[in-house]
Every structure is written in structure tokens, then in C-alpha cells.
Design a binder for this molecule. Sequence first.
Ligand code: FE
Length: 335
Amino acid sequence: MLKKLTLCSLFFANILFGANEVNVYSQRHYDSDKALFKQFEEKTGIKVNLITAKAEELVSRLTIEGTNSPADILITADIGNLYEAKEKDLVQSVTSKTLEENIPKHLRDEDGKWFAITKRARLFVYNPKTVNPKDLGDYFSITKPEFKGKVITRSSTNSYNKSLLASIIAHSGEEKSLEFVKGLVNNFAREPKGADKDQIRAVASGEADIAIVNSYYLGVMANSGDKVDEEIAKEVKVFFPAQNTTGTHMNISGASITKFSPNKQNAIKLIEFLTSVEAQGKLAEGNYEYPVNPKVKPSGIVASWGEFKEDIIPLNEVGKQTKKAVEIATKGNWK
Ligand code: FE
């Protein structure tokens, strides 16, 4: 009887006050995130329901579901899709003192419609036996004739490369960006294929000498427990591009509160938690990303690559150029 009553009152409490849960649509599929969600549940009693899929799929799902969407939070691993969700009016403005304290201004949307939760540097990984780092510079440096047949990166349809090219457009304009694409394609060691880790492996095997990749993949490989990948991570070196100009392009993973979020307060609490000192430390140690909370240091191996100048261009300006980036990549024949 008592059990029945309790269940009954829970049922009505859920109807009256909403369930004590938060629904997350996330592009991120990392174990570090799952561990953090579990910790959040233990701390707050708020259940985290997670759906993971490609960012494009999550954005179209939000569009189709409209006011009936159960989603509270959209998490992407790239500014391009976050910007698109904002442009499509799928997310809402949030003000939170805690979020303002946890996240520097340039890593939050000025309208409170997205918040960065981690940063990743899009940098060069190179073979120190064949490349003199003195010959490297900004992103354009790898288009020089001396690097013909030596450069690789994944496809231009990948969101990390779209955002990198979008940032080059935002800084240097369309004409220069098309020159960059043509020069890059002209220097390719092979047609784009595979993901970022595959580019690093190809540099180690001698198939290419320089790759454009996201920073954390090297950290992940170095600590993977896979002997071959750990050896590869020791052989290659990291170069931070554009130190004398714009700074290295930084992409983000970020979170937005959806426009029709049924559990908005819980959603704010979860983003506050993800950007707290405690959670940021775990994201830095577990996935080798750069923390957004300035009170938290990157993990040992990431810190060992050294401090560097980050590109702090407002990320909405990068997001705005994403469509142009696709056009220019196609025009320059970057597959
Ligand atoms: Fe990734």
C-alpha cells in the first residue's frame, strides 16, 4: 500500500512539477562525458537521459520535433552546428552568474544561446625527421611548394575542417581562402580519407609528413593502452600554427538550452556542472581537451606541448562562414 502511494504521489508530482530529469542530445560520444553525467546524477538526484547522434541529425531532429521535443540540451563538438541551431531558432537565451564565472566571454554566445564546455586546437602534427619546424608558420605555410606531396588531412566535409576554413575566411577573406584550399590540395600526399587519428598514423608511417588534426587525438593515442598508437604518439611532434599572426584556430564543444526545454532549470544546472572546476578537470584528464574554465589546467601531456597563442576571434563569426567554407572547399576541389 505504502509503495503504491509513493509511486502514485511520484506520478502526480511528475505531472505537477515535471520529472526530475534532464534530456541531452549530444554529438559527443566520449566515456568521460558519461562518467560526468553519472556524477551529476549522484550529486543532484537529477536523472540524465542521453541520446547521441551526429550533430546534423540532432539539429534536424530538434527541427522536426518542434514544441514537442523532449530535449533540454544540445551538445555539439563544433561551433558550426551550434551556430546553425542558434540561427534556426532552436535554442534559447540563458543567463547564469555561474556560467559567466566558469566560461570566459569569448567562449560564450553574446545572447546566451551557447556555452563552450571544452576547447580543441586544430594544429599540425609533423614528422621531426623530415620536417624542420622553422619551415612551418601559419596555416598557409603548408601550401608552400617545398611541402608538395607531404600534407594530409581528412575530408573538407568534416566539421572540424569546415570550421578551420571558416576561420581562415573570417580572417583573410574568400580569395585568400580559396588560394589556401588550392595550395593544400596541391600538396596532398593522398586523397583525404579517415579521421584525425588516421592522419597521425600516416605521418608516423611515412605516408605523409604533416597533418592537420585536433589536439586531443594525440593525447588520447598517447594514453590509449595500445602499444602501436602510444609509440606513434611519441614519434610525432606538435606545431601550433599562426603564432605570429591570428593564433591557432580553437574549436569548441558547446552546449545550448533548447527552445522548448521542459526541464530548463535542470539543464542550466547540468551546464554549470560541466563547466565547474571539478568537471573540467575530468574532461581535461579524460579526453585531453583544453578546459574552458580558466581555473583548470590542461592534462600533463597536453601541457607538455607548451603554451601558445589561441585565436580568440568571436566564434559566431566563424560559424557565419561555415556555408562559404563548404563552397570554397568544393571550388578548390578539396574532397
Ligand atoms: Fe573528435
